[in-house]
Design a protein. Structure first.
Length: 318
């Protein structure tokens, strides 16, 4: 993986919010003309985009479907680059907020206070039976992944479904003879999207001079990992709670789904491999501006966070 300079990629001046909440710059690959989105980090946390890269690589290793992010630069600005999750006009990315507003028009969108597992589940149950099962499984897999990385920002615009419409032309037949007119066969399918916008986790909001205190103070680290603020954005009957507690509630309804997802993590988790991913994530990548660098201490803390959270998850369920 190297640094991708997209400064000369065709783009225009559009800025859209195609996935998640953050404004992204729309660019086209200069050879394939595939659509990509470039996301800049928050000015306060210029290293934040690295978490998207780490989450993709760690998630992929653990068996989750995570959108691929790559390190990129646009006119000297560091950030991450992801390819559009839809391929053509027959596919549409629909955010969670869009579908939840359809079934509950009073849904509170600013803070997502109505973003509950029960409301999400009610939407999934409105789908075809075969789609419902698959999407609920994928949604719960997402919550398990969020438990691993400590994602507190999985709000209603940070997950989505992809709707696809396929049209086939079938010749009409009358009395065994073909007629000149054809009939279109339209099929609609829905699937859960890959996981995106996974960056608000893994110490993204800890500034450089405070890293040592979290690395060396077990009490402070424990509070950051599992304290009262370390909760999932998705709520259970309106109550915010830690990721593991939320999964325990869900496991009472979907025991096999939760357990199978966590067993998959257990099968794929290897502390040495996680360390290797994080410590070597920036090999060969040099930015002109050092504020985009990922310091050794930050990598040490990120690796520690993933390992502790994963071990705690496995300990609670297996």
């Amino acid at each position: 993986m190297g640094l991708i300079d997209i400064s000369q990629w065709p783009s225009g001046d559009q800025r859209f919010v195609p996935i998640g909440k953050r404004i992204k710059k729309v660019v086209l690959h200069p050879e394939t003309y595939d659509l990509f989105y470039f996301k800049e980090p928050k000015e306060k946390y210029p290293w934040e985009f690295w978490n998207e890269i780490i989450a993709y690589k760690v998630g992929n290793k653990l068996g989750f479907s995570v959108l691929k992010y790559e390190v990129a630069t646009l006119d000297g600005i560091g950030g991450c680059l992801s390819k559009s999750m839809t391929e053509d006009f027959t596919q549409e990315l629909i955010h969670g907020q869009q579908v939840l507003l359809r079934i509950y028009p009073e849904f509170e969108t600013k803070r997502g206070t109505d973003h509950t597992f029960q409301l999400v589940e009610s939407f999934f149950k409105s789908l075809k039976k075969e789609e419902e099962k698959l999407i609920i499984n994928d949604f719960i897999n997402m919550l398990v992944f969020d438990s691993v990385i400590g994602n507190r920002d999985r709000h209603q615009q940070n997950w989505a479904i992809i709707r696809e419409i396929k049209i086939q032309i079938r010749p009409n037949k009358y009395f065994g003879l073909k007629k000149d007119t054809n009939s279109p066969i339209i099929t609609r399918t829905v699937r859960f999207s890959p996981l995106f916008d996974n960056g608000n986790c893994l110490a993204y909001n800890i500034i450089e001079e405070n890293l040592d205190s979290f690395i060396n103070d077990d009490y402070k680290l424990e509070k950051y990992l599992f304290g009262e603020k370390a909760v999932s954005h998705l709520k259970w009957f309106g109550a915010a709670m830690p990721h593991i507690e939320l999964l325990k509630h869900i496991a009472k309804i979907y025991p096999d789904v939760v357990l199978n997802s966590i067993k998959k993590v257990n099968e794929n988790f290897n502390e040495n491999i996680i360390n290797d991913i994080v410590l070597n994530i920036d090999n060969g990548i040099i930015f002109a501006d050092e504020k985009y660098f990922l310091s050794p201490k930050r990598k040490e803390l990120i690796s520690k966070l993933i390992t502790i959270r994963t071990k705690r998850l496995l300990q609670e369920f297996l």
